[in-house]
Design a protein around this ligand. Structure first.
Ligand SMILES: [Zn+2]
Length: 176
């Protein structure tokens, strides 16, 4: 709660930071700049860059793309249930040239692993475009979930199971 209160008290100027381009990436993965704007434990766990690379690679393969789809883009992990998104309100994730995903699922709270974010979904937009979700693959994500199942997650007080929810990847709240 203290953390949230501190965020609310931040000056309005901070709003402009949420678009992600104002900050230098914390690290790079195959040409994509990764911005860690969350204090969620999963994003600070040992090996996070490699794990993100693995999840993104699985997603890129599923959508029929490769790392060129993300080259020169940023991937931002941000605090809260929604992210800033050009033209969309209350988006849990966004692809508007850059990828942004929230660290909080409205149903389960703060996520415990990158697999639990809507990253797989947003990478789909980076590869396909398809803002109206007309490609049948949006509804056939179970094989990706199986490929990413059984991993460790990170809560505030230690390790937990990383539970991936396909429905979150299919229909993230307000996502475009
Ligand atoms: Zn979408």
């Amino acid at each position: 709660m203290l953390r949230r209160a501190a965020l609310l008290a931040a000056p309005l100027l901070a709003l402009s930071v949420s678009c992600g381009r104002d900050r230098a990436p914390d690290f790079w993965v195959n040409g994509a700049g990764v911005i860690v704007a969350t204090d969620a434990p999963f994003a600070h766990a040992p090996g996070f860059p490699a794990r993100l690379e693995d999840v993104a690679s699985v997603a890129l393969r599923y959508w029929g793309g490769d790392w060129s789809a993300l080259a020169g883009r940023t991937i931002t992990f941000s605090s809260g249930t929604t992210v800033a998104c050009d033209g969309a309100d209350r988006a849990e994730g966004c692809y508007d040239g850059d990828v942004r995903v929230s660290d909080t699922d409205p149903g389960v709270g703060e996520v415990s692993c990158v697999e639990q974010t809507v990253l797989v979904h947003e990478i789909g937009h980076a590869v396909l475009g398809d803002p109206l979700h007309q490609d049948p693959r949006w509804m056939e994500l179970e094989p990706v979930a199986e490929a990413l199942a059984g991993r460790v997650g990170y809560a505030r007080d230690g390790e937990v199971d990383c539970v991936v929810a396909v429905s979150v990847w299919q229909h993230p709240l307000g996502t475009r």
